[in-house]
Ligand binder design. Sequence first.
Ligand code: SAH
Length: 363
Amino acid sequence: MSGSGNIEKTDILGMFPEEIEALITSPPYMQPKYRAKQIFSWLHERGVGFDEMSNLPRGLRESLGENCIIKTPTVEKRLVSKIDGTRKYLYRLYDGNTVEAVFMRYEHGNTLCVSSQVGCRMGCRFCASTKSGRVRDLSASEIVGEVIAAERDSGERISNIVMMGIGEPLDNFDNVVRFLRLISHPDGKNIGLRHISLSTCGLVPKIYELSRLDLPVTLSISLHASTDAARSEIMPVNDAYKIDELLRACRDWFVTTGRRISFEYTLIAGKNDSPADAKSLSRLLSKYMTDGGRRLPLHVNLIPLNDVEGVGMRRADRESVERFRTVLTGDGINATVRRRLGPDIDAACGQLRISSKLSQETF
Ligand code: SAH
C-alpha cells in the first residue's frame, strides 16, 4: 500500500455517499454532511482528482489528498484500431500490477470491457488471462477506475459495460457487487444495470447468490461445450460444477430475475464446431431452458477462437461457424457470431498484459 509511513490511505473511490458522509463528518475532516454527495459526484460523475473539486474548501481538498487514494489506473499503453476505433488499454494499477480494458463503439453506444482480477485461477485451456494464475482481486474502486480512465482518455461517454476482461467476476464476488452498485449509482456514473453484462465460467453457488441481490444485469455463461466430457477437457471448473448444475442455476436465474441469459460458445476447430456439436447444444439448451413447456428467452453468442500462443487450438473456419449457427437458428435458438472488433490491434483477451514487458507483477 502506498501512503505516508505505514498508515493505509482511505480507498475513497470505492465508497458509497453514505460512507463518505461518515468519513468526512468525523476527525480530521469535521465537514457538513452535504459535502459527501459533492465528493462522490466529483469522483464518479466527473472522474477528477481532489485538486479539481472546485466547490470544496482548499483545506478539505488538501486533507483528502493526504489521507485518501483514488485508485483510478493510469494508461500504460493504448492501441487504437484504424478500422473501427476500438481502443485497447493496458492499465497500470496503483501497486504496479497491470490489467486490460477494451473500449468498443457499437450502434447502441460505447461499451467498455473491464477486468475484475489481476490474472485468473479458473484455468480455461484456451484463455490467455489464466496462464500464470491469479495475482489478486481488483477492488471495486479499481474497476470503477477502469471506466473513468477510458472515458477520460477517449473523451467519450461509456453507456454499456461487459465484465469479460481478465478475471472471473464471480470469484471476486463482493468487490464486483460493490462495483455494480457504485457504477449504477444515480449520483455517480449512473450506468443502468441492464446495460451491464457479467460473464462467468460457471461458479454455480455464486450465480444463485447474485440472482437474489436484485441486480438486473445480463448474465453471460461461458458454456463452450455441450457434454461434461468435452467441457471438462477445456474448462477445469466443469469438474466442480457440472453442466446439469450450471443449467439448473441458469433456469433459476431467469425465473428469479426475469432476465434473459446469454451463452458464450467459443468455436474451436475440430473440437466443438461440428453440426453434431451444434445439434447437441441445441438439444441441451432446449431441455433446460424451458419453464412449464415454454422456451425461456436466451441468446447464443458464437465466438471463433482467438488464437493464443501455445494452447495448441485453432479457430473454427468461417464455413463451420456459419454451419453451426444455422443449426441453432433452424431449431429456433437465437444465435449470432461475435463481430471481431479491432482486428488490426488484436483485441484478443488478456494478451496485451502477457506480451508487455511492463507486466511484471509486484506482489
Ligand atoms: N471469466 C469470465 C469472463 C472473462 S472471459 C468467463 O469465463 O466468462 C470472457 C469470454 O471470452 C469468456 O466467454 C471466455 O471463455 C472467452 N474467451 C477466453 N479466451 C478466449 C479465446 N482465446 N478465444 C475466444 N474466446 C475466449
